[in-house]
Design a binder for this molecule. Structure first.
Ligand SMILES: [Zn+2]
Length: 204
């Protein structure tokens, strides 16, 4: 954060001035609820919504951005050990398919933390009806390609509770849509955050 810099852009939808951190590749307009990817060719619309807080805790509430990737997984061959995919796809070892909504942080966090919170949200898929909030959403560190790779990493980790089964897992992961979800967290101080949906504590 030592080279923290700001840049001004104008919302393409309502004309509001938006301030983005220099490394952010996405910006949310809290005036009108529009989201944009900041690309070479300019601002390209992207869907951004927010989850409601479901639990109470101490600390200031802040929102952190997650990627929500709606996908279909086609499994051609597997020697399964992961309970999640077994449940999702009906317990058979035959080739099969199913839909998964992956929740992956768009903000930087250590890999173990990322895996932990992504797994909890993806397994529970807890956010049924996200909505627009007039709040600030900043700190986008992972882009679309990162989010796809992280989703694949999660899929493999669901299947391979034991690492020795990996050679038998043949699959295809097809992404249908990618949007941003702002998830509320309580700031517990010193880099500790507790999400207000599932109550997961993380250190970033
Ligand atoms: Zn706007």
């Amino acid at each position: 954060m030592s080279d923290f810099r700001l840049e001004a852009v104008i919302c393409k939808n309502c004309g509001s001035g938006l301030v983005v951190e220099i490394n952010d590749n996405i910006v949310y307009c809290s005036s009108c609820g529009s989201g944009f990817e900041i690309l070479q060719e300019g601002l390209v619309p992207i869907e951004i919504n927010f989850a409601a807080a479901a639990i109470r805790a101490e600390g200031e509430m802040i929102y952190k951005p997650f990627w929500l990737l709606k996908s279909t997984v086609n499994i051609f061959e597997r020697k399964s050990s992961g309970a999640f995919l077994k449940n999702l796809f009906g317990g058979s070892n035959e080739s099969t398919s199913g839909d998964i909504a992956f929740y992956v942080p768009a903000f930087y966090c250590p890999l173990e933390v990322l895996k932990n919170i992504s797994t909890k949200f993806t397994l529970k898929n807890p956010i049924a009806s996200p909505q627009k909030y007039n709040v600030s959403l900043k700190g986008f560190d992972y882009g679309k390609q990162d989010a796809k790779k992280l989703s694949e990493f999660l899929l493999i980790s669901f299947e391979a509770e034991k690492s020795d089964v990996m050679k038998n897992f043949r699959y295809e992961l097809v992404f249908h849509s990618m949007e941003i979800l702002g998830i509320p967290f309580y700031d517990l101080g010193k880099g500790r955050l507790k999400d207000a949906v599932l109550g997961t504590e993380i250190q970033i």
